[in-house]
Design a binder for this molecule. Structure first.
Ligand SMILES: Nc1ncnc2c1ncn2[C@@H]1O[C@H](COP(=O)(O)OP(=O)(O)O)[C@@H](O)[C@H]1O
Ligand SMILES: [Mg+2]
Length: 292
């Protein structure tokens, strides 16, 4: 199954890891990422066995429907959207306000449940989990970046970044160390002791990115991450997100109406009216009420 080549030995060792963790592709991909840095480039090595790569969907969403409310006042926010996302891949969801981007991201990030359809994160079917297990999966495997940063104003940036680790029960010295490393990675080590009110928007979003990645999630959900930044800081945060996706092998699902972001993505999902739009679709924006 494995082809020899410059990465032949590496591939064999990597394949052994995959076999060891075959029950959980997510564990495998993270082990490979951490141990070999295989996903630091945009392309996988040619000798990488495709059958393994194809089994590595971090996120799989199938035919998602979501209706808020019921009866005549119900709003159908999603009307059948499917997507997959692999490790090390940045996918942009684009479309006008109200087309269902945030709804899709909430369902994929285990923050809400679909009316129908399925979501799998790291091979785990979210519908099989009760609310407590869903919360745990979200804490351990998902990181979030929001338009308005969502940092706690009474904590320093360092403490905000540490929070996911403390919630996961990581011991204080270790969480302090990992949060510091995460802050350095996004270039805000000199602002760690500041509170959110005392730093710039760009620095706030960098801190939010550090917080989203500090617990090494498999999936990061970023909802309009540059929507509240000026164009220069927006560009810097986008570059950071793109680089971190490559370096860490995380799967990044990002909603935006910024075409520059869409252009930097590996793949773009265009939406309209709660559906994935085809190129030939006439664009009529706005969500639709269910017919029944
Ligand atoms: N909690 C909610 N209750 C009722 N309607 C909602 C709720 N959240 C979103 N919607 C509606 O669902 C549609 C899609 O919203 P959203 O997913 O936020 O779109 P986007 O992120 O693309 O702007 C909109 O019509 C919006 O008003
Ligand atoms: Mg939105």
């Amino acid at each position: 199954m494995l082809r020899s080549g410059p990465l032949g030995e590496l591939s064999t060792r990597a394949a052994r890891l995959v076999e060891q963790h075959a029950f959980d592709p997510l564990v495998s991909i993270r082990s490979l990422t951490v141990r070999f840095g295989l996903f630091s480039g945009t392309k996988l090595p040619g000798s990488w066995p495709r059958c393994i790569v194809l089994s590595m969907h971090v996120l799989e969403a199938v035919d998602l429907h979501k209706t808020y409310g019921d009866g005549a006042g119900g709003v159908q926010a999603l009307a059948g959207v499917s997507l997959t996302l692999s490790a090390g891949e940045l996918v942009a969801v684009v479309g006008p306000s109200g087309c269902g981007k945030s709804t899709l991201l909430h369902l994929c990030g285990a923050m809400d449940r679909p009316t129908s359809g399925r979501v799998h994160v790291g091979g785990v079917t979210l519908a099989d989990l009760d609310d407590e297990a869903l919360t745990q999966l979200r804490r351990e495997r998902v990181g979030f970046v929001f338009q308005f940063f969502n940092l706690l104003p009474t904590l320093t940036l360092q403490e905000n970044i540490e929070l996911p680790l403390l919630l996961a029960g990581v011991e204080a010295t270790e969480s302090e160390r990992r949060a510091r490393a995460s802050a350095e990675r996004v270039g805000i080590e000199h602002r760690r002791d500041h509170h959110p009110g005392a730093v710039s928007g760009g620095e706030l979003q960098r801190a939010a990115v550090a917080r989203a990645l500090v617990h090494e999630p498999a999936l990061v959900i970023a909802d309009e991450p540059t929507g509240n930044l000026d164009s220069e800081n927006g560009r810097l945060v986008l570059t950071l997100l793109t680089e971190l996706t490559r370096q860490t092998g995380v799967a990044m699902l990002l909603a935006t109406h910024d075409q520059a972001i869409a252009a930097a993505a590996d793949r773009v999902v265009r939406m309209r009216d709660g559906l994935e739009a085809r190129d030939t679709d006439v664009t009529i924006f706005g969500a639709v009420a269910p017919s029944s």
